[in-house]
Design a protein around this ligand. Structure first.
Ligand code: FUL
Length: 418
């Protein structure tokens, strides 16, 4: 068993835990999830676009980074690129002088959160797409513009949709990132440093392994990555607050309960959560979505209130957690020391000889919701060579809180939307 260690940038990224995804572009105005590159650029005309409110909403929900679709599969560019006319420059918005990427980058910098960009490899507008060498040039130029024009980026999102069977010149593409944004995480393709969790429901499942053999467990497999045995690639769980990634008038935000279930099964399992908030045709996040986010954040805070920190004494095969006095709680949070890699493969917690839980990985942060119990000491039995906890705490601020569930029958859209 290998114990590949994270780079400092990977660890920092994992500790950010939660980011907001922004899907915004020509699709917003066409009412589509995927458009085919023929929707006129003149349709892009947000009436009240205010990137500062996007970032504020993200921050208020607890997000520590934001990823914007600079270009989706339709090829429409949210910045004034020199590579194509199919961009904000050909739109009436800000009289063709606007730059959404700039406004978002400035807002992120002002409000102190990290910025990441999504640049779809699949491009349904570019004339040169059918000529792989010419398109690699075009794509490298777009990526260079984004990597050099907008300050530090913390993540580049390379989406695999539409690219099955297509070989891009990943060595060249990744070299651009390495040269200009060496600390940025690379999502999913090329030479990834983080991976897709494998579904669009925002859900990880136990065990959440950071060292894996492959990047994509399902449909968007990248054959060119060259990854085989054992790479440290922590997962990111992407999901939209609505059904669609882009805004549609008849769509609605998920319930607080659904969002809570997602939180426990992503951040609470040691994976990052990337929650999409689609701005509407005004260029604003709909009020009902902002209100839902506030309720969700308040409920998370309520559940994770009344924290009592335990002292942690690691020993061979486990750890003893001691509280200053007997404490009543229904949440237990454990943090693994990841500096020498992810080592804990299983952990079992007991109190006074009674078993409380039996689960697999711990990782960056594992949150267990339990029936309320009072204890002054807990014993954690750990499997996995040299696994150590760095901290442990319990929360008892909402002892009556129920276990949230994903609504029955809910399934994220899976088919390619046309
Ligand atoms: C998918 C895309 O096809 C969707 O439109 C969306 O961008 C999602 C996050 O990734 O692969």
């Amino acid at each position: 068993m290998t114990h590949l260690v994270p780079t400092p940038a990977q660890l920092r990224w994992q500790q950010l835990e939660f980011g907001v995804f922004i899907h915004f572009g020509i699709n917003t105005f066409a009412g589509k999830e995927w458009s085919d590159g023929t929707v006129p650029a003149s349709d892009f005309n947000p009436t009240e676009l205010d990137a500062g409110t996007w970032v504020r909403t993200a921050k208020e929900a607890g997000a520590r980074y934001l990823i914007l679709t600079a270009k989706h599969h339709d090829g429409f560019c949210l910045w004034p690129t020199a590579t194509t006319d199919y961009s904000v420059t050909s739109s009436p918005w800000r009289a063709g002088e606007g730059d959404v990427v700039r406004e978002v980058a400035d807002a992120c910098a002002e409000q102190g959160i990290g910025l990441g960009l999504y640049l779809s490899p699949w491009d349904r507008n570019a004339d040169c797409y059918g000529d792989p060498a010419a398109y690699d040039d075009f794509y490298v130029q777009q990526l260079t513009e984004l990597c050099t024009g907008y300050g530090p980026l913390m993540e580049l999102w390379f989406d695999g949709a539409g690219s099955v069977g297509r070989e891009y010149d990943w060595a060249r593409i990744i070299a651009v990132v390495k040269e200009h944004q060496p600390h940025a995480m690379i999502f999913n393709m090329g030479q990834p440093t983080i991976r897709w969790v494998g579904n669009e429901n925002g859900l990880a499942s136990d065990p959440v392994d950071y060292v894996v053999d492959r990047t994509s467990d399902t449909q968007y497999t990248d054959s060119s990555s060259g990854l085989h045995a054992g790479h440290y690639l922590p997962p990111e769980c992407d999901v939209s607050i609505r059904r669609g990634w882009f805004w549609h008038p008849d769509d609605e935000p998920k319930s607080v309960e659904h969002l809570l279930a997602i939180y426990y099964q992503s951040v609470g399992m040691g994976a990052n959560l990337l929650l999409n908030l689609p701005p509407d045709t005004r260029g604003l996040i709909p009020d009902e979505d902002s209100a839902r986010l506030k309720e969700w954040k308040a409920e998370r805070d309520r559940r994770l209130s009344g924290a009592v920190e335990a002292s942690v004494e690691n020993h061979d095969g486990g750890a003893t957690l001691r509280f200053p006095a007997p404490v009543t709680f229904n949440h237990l949070e454990l943090v693994e020391d990841l500096h020498s890699g992810q080592r804990i493969t299983r952990h079992m917690v007991s109190n006074d000889g009674a078993d409380l839980l039996d689960a697999m990985t711990v990782g960056n942060r594992r949150i267990h919701q339990l029936p309320a119990i009072t204890a002054s000491e807990l014993h954690v039995k750990v499997s996995g060579n040299g696994g150590r906890l760095v901290s442990a705490r319990v929360y008892g601020g909402a002892l009556e809180a129920g276990v949230p569930a994903i609504p029955e029958g809910y399934e994220a859209p899976t088919d390619a939307p046309e």
